[in-house]
Design a protein. Structure first.
Length: 297
């Protein structure tokens, strides 16, 4: 998992005056529209500093989040904003954007996370190929989970900004209002229950301790292989800033705290907001603190 070869060919075109980069996903799902990886490129005058900005899951959280790459590009950071698989125009016919990451078996979800993370690493490859000497990452909500795994795996990523995100799927699955569909799916198909999940997680700490190589993921429950908390120990706290929404119903407080602690308690900013209103009320603050952090030596 996360070990697929990434020798892809990149294609460039222009859409609404924004440069679009595309490639064929190195971890194909078998669905053509899902496997057409795409990112918006926001250029800056500084050709050596880059950011990969990862959006959250859902249907209405892409266009307004362009605020961040636009600000970053004006501040000297060329920014790639990928469209994650199973989102927006990459959504399978008849499905809702992002639903595939909160509905399915743990093995299906593991495959989808593998595709999403591998594509982010392929975008890092792109920036490196284009001569970028500094590559940072920022993830919003679900995007923060993908960013955590990506940064843990790829040491080319210098710094990370993680906004209203979390880890430990035991908390996310059974206590987030966003994962109600996943809970219903599990209960209807008798795939998992709070008790079964709790029993599985009794070895969670031991799996984290024994995890030293990506091949170790083969020994774990499938639901552990895409849990950001499993990967967090590989990220140095001084290379991270963390934003927590105090009234977040999507990312449970225990989930946010779990990921933050396993990252080594990096500097954290507490936002007096809910999950969705964190961007509405604090976008300037989040962007400003992120830029300030990325610019520090």
């Amino acid at each position: 998992m996360y070990l697929a070869k990434r020798d892809v060919e990149y294609f460039t075109r222009t859409e609404d005056k924004i440069e679009i980069i595309e490639f064929k996903s190195p971890v194909p799902s078998g669905i053509e529209r899902v496997d057409r990886a795409k990112a918006l490129l926001f250029k800056s005058n500084n050709s050596k500093k880059g950011i990969v900005f990862i959006h959250g899951t859902g249907q209405r959280n892409f266009d307004h989040l362009k605020y961040y790459p636009l600000i970053f590009s004006k501040s000297g950071y060329t920014t790639l904003m990928p469209v994650l698989p199973y989102h927006f125009e990459r959504t399978p016919e008849g499905q809702k954007s992002g639903l595939s990451f909160i509905k399915g078996t743990d093995k299906q979800l593991a495959k989808r996370f593998d595709q999403a993370v591998t594509e982010i690493l392929t975008w890092v490859d792109y920036l490196e190929r284009m001569g970028f000497k500094e590559i940072n990452i920022m993830g919003f909500s679900f995007g923060g989970m993908i960013a955590t795994i990506s940064m843990a795996i790829d040491k080319r990523i210098r710094k990370g900004s993680f906004v209203v995100t979390g880890g430990n799927y035991e908390y996310i699955t059974w206590h987030s209002i966003a994962t109600k569909v996943l809970r219903v799916n599990y209960e209807e198909n008798k795939l998992c229950t709070p008790l079964i999940c709790n029993i599985k997680h009794r070895i969670f700490e031991r799996m984290i301790e024994e995890f030293n190589d990506l091949k170790d993921l083969e020994k774990m429950h499938p639901c552990f292989t895409y849990d950001p908390s499993i990967f967090a120990k590989f990220i140095k706290p001084e290379n991270v800033i963390f934003f927590e929404a105090l009234f977040d119903l999507f990312i449970p407080k225990k989930s946010s705290k779990d990921l933050w602690e396993r990252m080594g308690r990096p500097h954290k900013y507490r936002l007096f907001s809910g999950h969705l209103t964190s961007h509405l009320f604090f976008r300037r603050y989040i962007a400003g603190k992120t830029l300030e952090f990325f610019k520090e030596e």
